[in-house]
Design a protein around this ligand. Structure first.
Ligand code: NAD
Length: 291
């Protein structure tokens, strides 16, 4: 049993913290939204009114926050995690942020005697609720081994992929593939319907062949129905494509398809769909085609 301080109890962090409490850990959660803290309390955790209250007695601190600046403020700010935890604490950031942010956290942690892992996830809200996430972990092997029992309460595919930042690099690769698949499923659906073929029937066939994918399995029905309740917001995927392109620049590689998909997601945002599910890329493809 570990004392866990959990910061960021949103779509993902809320059910993840609840799963850790269900697995027998003592979880103290903090979020800017009081309703989210109450949800954790109802699920068997405890709430803290501020960050210090959540992390001061923790063996392990987990953050699940929207973006790199949020994580840097919460971890490194004047009233942040590193100011309040004991030396030897394990700090795991599970948000999707820039690999460079993960490396910065690791350096600051090392200076403060705090062990740091980057452990972003894939699998969406259903994966978080069901404890079936994929978790990609960067950091020291010994720290990964220490965190493994916690990861087992959260996910089914857990991998140590390299040193600090490597988890975020794998997540960036994941996001560019997911974005590309959504863009092409949207194009397939627009082509089918504009050609007089039933979209549902067409996508059902694709799902059973070489074009099959988790995106088609999980999202083709809602896309055919034009239901875009998130899920994973366009705004967050826009952030992730920025991370992927920044990582590409840092690695000195050219990713032309990623650039194109990033622009389609940017268009979804600028057309006012930022708070919809990322499958709303379909709206952009329809718009381009005058449909
Ligand atoms: P969310 O917006 O639902 O949750 C973020 C939570 O952080 C919110 O409840 C917010 O109030 C809280 N928060 C923000 N700043 C805070 C602060 N300073 N102190 C305390 N709480 C603060 O976002 P989400 O969908 O849970 O995503 C979280 C991260 O996980 C993101 O990096 C996202 O890219 C990643 N992710 C999301 C999904 C998904 O399907 N939603 C899937 C995989 C990864």
């Amino acid at each position: 049993m570990k004392n866990i301080g959990f910061i960021g109890l949103g779509v993902m962090g809320g059910p993840m913290a609840a799963n850790l409490a269900r697995a027998g850990h003592s979880v103290v959660g903090h979020d800017l939204g009081a309703d989210r803290v109450e949800r954790l309390v109802a699920a068997g955790g405890r709430g803290a009114a501020d960050l210090a209250g959540a992390v001061a007695d923790a063996d392990v601190v987990i953050t699940m926050l929207p973006d790199s600046p949020d994580v840097e403020a919460v971890a490194l700010g004047p009233d942040g995690v590193l100011r309040h935890v004991r030396p030897g604490t394990l700090y795991i950031d599970m948000s999707t942020v820039r690999p460079e942010t993960a490396r910065r956290l690791a350096r600051a942690g090392a200076a403060a005697g705090v062990r740091v892992l980057d452990a972003p996830v894939s699998g969406g809200e259903p994966g978080a609720v069901e404890g079936r996430l994929s978790i990609m972990v960067g950091g020291a092997a010994a720290d990964f081994a220490a965190a493994a029992p916690l990861f087992e309460a959260l996910g089914t595919t857990v991998a140590h992929v390299g040193p600090a930042g490597a988890g975020q690099t794998v997540k960036a690769a994941n996001q560019l593939v997911v974005g590309g698949v959504y863009a092409l499923v949207a194009e397939a659906l627009v082509l089918l319907e504009a050609s007089g073929v039933d979209g549902r029937t067409g996508l059902d066939v694709l799902a059973g062949g070489l074009a099959g994918s988790r995106v088609l399995d999980l999202k083709r029905e809602s896309m055919v129905k034009r239901e875009f309740t998130p899920g994973f917001r366009v705004d967050l995927h826009h952030k992730d494509m920025g991370i992927a392109l920044a990582a590409a620049r840092e690695a000195d590689v050219a990713l032309p398809m990623t650039g194109l998909v990033a622009q389609l997601i940017a268009a979804a945002r600028s057309q006012g769909h930022g708070s919809l599910d990322h499958s709303a890329l379909l709206k952009v493809v329809e718009n381009i085609s005058g449909k």
